[in-house]
Design a protein. Structure first.
Ligand SMILES: [Zn+2]
Length: 106
């Protein structure tokens, strides 16, 4: 497995990136509505897209925070459900994975 410190650093960078993104989205969402009605409709649609992006970013943030506390607790890389190793390949693709592939696909 890769050095845990590297993984931790990577997760923290990703966390930083996501927080910045959420801040930007929040800023966009708070922009005052355009007085033009047609523009308002377009903005409402764009806001929905932004809200979708925000909730997926927030979800990933909470998953990353959970992964960081697993690193602290020394349980990183163990499946949260069955306790088996999550697997190096899977963690490479999804460093914040909390479950092994077979538990995650249930
Ligand atoms: Zn499992």
């Amino acid at each position: 497995m890769k050095d845990l410190q590297d993984i931790q650093q990577m997760l923290e960078e990703r966390l930083q990136f996501l927080s910045t993104k959420v801040d930007e989205i929040e800023g966009d969402l708070r922009e005052p509505a355009d007085p033009d009605f047609a523009e308002q409709a377009t903005e409402a649609e764009a806001d929905e897209v932004l809200e979708g992006l925000e909730s997926s970013a927030l979800l990933e943030i909470s998953q990353i925070n959970a992964a960081l506390s697993r690193i602290e607790a020394g349980t990183y890389g163990e499946c949260a459900t069955c306790g088996e190793p999550v697997g190096e390949k899977r963690l490479e693709i999804l460093p914040h994975a909390a479950q092994c592939i077979s538990c995650a696909s249930k």
